[in-house]
Design a protein around this ligand. Structure first.
Ligand code: GLA
Length: 363
């Protein structure tokens, strides 16, 4: 039998232990935790950033919430290589320096893409298309220069962006494919690997959950792997909406792409509040909308989509090596440029977490 004194010591000890337990147990409302902390054991969580944000209020939020950043535009071919013999480094350099100061990973985006590519790349001095040899040589110089500059500071590169067509054809019809066929894709990976053998190299695209496009991307990647082309990952952009994709479509994509032995990353995640097809594309009449209110219905539909997406991401944590949001908060998003405001992210225009945020960290 315990005497009273021992009982008292025992009870006090037990209460103290309980309180201590309560105090250290992580709670979803912990104010100093960010997305990156909740997902520490899963995968890095990133955001696409502009140099302006790194010198404004958003910078604190970026450092608190994210463990990785991607330059939204600063490393695209047009902005970083505006003329054949001139590179423009300040924006990209400042983003990489910010990441280094704050111990963030950097995903490079993007080495070869049909959009935001400079015209000089494809033309000779008379304004005609260059030959395949000239174009591939320019691509090699571009990739070697950019990748070498950030060697060891950028852990992964989106090497080729959006090379597969949305219609029934295979390759997207662009200057790249018109002049070189599929060779620009293969060569881009080879050049990037030469320049930084340690960087993880991704093929990046959208609509990757639509069965027809998924199959074509799979075919491309399978062919590249069989040829020994150094591609190690597939970036699923994840420009989704409150209606797309379904859980099943998403799981099927992860399973199919990872069956090739590729890492899977979600590289440009945002969930448009306007119902529509994937890829952030407009459906009939959508452009006419002027509605700029984040309604309770939108909030509810969006949080359900985010909840589903992160449940799936956690389930496939072995296959997934990163999730990156395309922009930081609803204050600024590329989706606004369509005649109406959108609200696709986890932070509102005041930079505060939305309800969807709490769904994403509640597990
Ligand atoms: C694509 C590109 C991104 C970006 C978005 C729109 O997804 O990969 O770099 O341009 O379109 O911002």
């Amino acid at each position: 039998m315990m005497n009273n004194k021992r009982k008292l010591i025992y009870c006090t000890g037990a209460i103290a232990l309980c309180l201590a337990g309560l105090a250290w147990r992580p709670s979803p409302t912990d104010s100093d935790k960010g997305l990156k902390d909740y997902y520490k054991k899963y995968f890095p969580i990133g955001a696409a950033v502009t140099p302006r944000e790194l010198h404004s209020e958003e910078s604190k939020l970026i450092v608190k919430e994210f463990s990785s950043i991607t330059p939204e535009n600063a490393m695209k071919m047009g902005p970083i290589h505006p003329e054949e013999n001139r590179f423009y480094w300040p924006d990209a350099d400042s983003i990489v320096a910010f990441a280094q100061r704050n111990h963030l990973k950097v995903r490079g985006h993007t080495l070869c893409w049909h959009a935001q590519a400079p015209n000089w790349m494809f033309r000779d001095s008379a304004g005609n298309d260059v030959s395949k040899e000239v174009l591939l040589d320019r691509l090699r110089k571009h990739i070697h220069t950019v990748v070498s500059r950030y060697k060891g500071k950028i852990y992964a590169w989106d090497v080729v962006n959006e090379a597969i067509a949305d219609d029934t054809t295979f390759l997207r019809k662009t200057k790249w494919s018109q002049i070189t066929g599929q060779e620009f894709i293969e060569k881009a990976f080879v050049y990037a690997h030469e320049a930084d053998p340690k960087a993880v190299l991704f093929y990046n695209d959208y609509n990757t959950e639509q069965p027809a496009k998924r199959e074509k991307i799979y075919k491309l990647l399978k062919g590249l792997r069989e040829k020994g082309i150094p591609v190690q990952g597939v970036g699923l952009q994840a420009h989704w909406s409150v209606t797309n994709p379904s859980r099943e479509e998403l799981e099927n994509s992860i399973k199919l792409f990872s069956s090739l032995g590729l890492q899977v990353q979600f590289t440009e995640l945002d969930i448009s509040v306007y119902a529509g097809r994937q890829g952030g594309q407009l459906i009939n009449g959508e452009q006419q909308q002027t509605k700029a209110t984040f309604t309770p219905e939108m909030e509810q539909q969006q949080l359900e989509k985010y909840k589903m997406a992160f449940e799936v991401f956690r389930k496939y944590r072995k296959q997934i090596t990163g999730v990156t949001f395309w922009n930081v908060s609803d204050r600024y998003t590329w989706l606004d440029g369509r005649g109406r405001k959108n609200f696709p992210l986890l932070f509102n225009t005041e930079l505060k977490p939305k309800k969807a945020y709490w769904e994403v960290v509640k597990f």
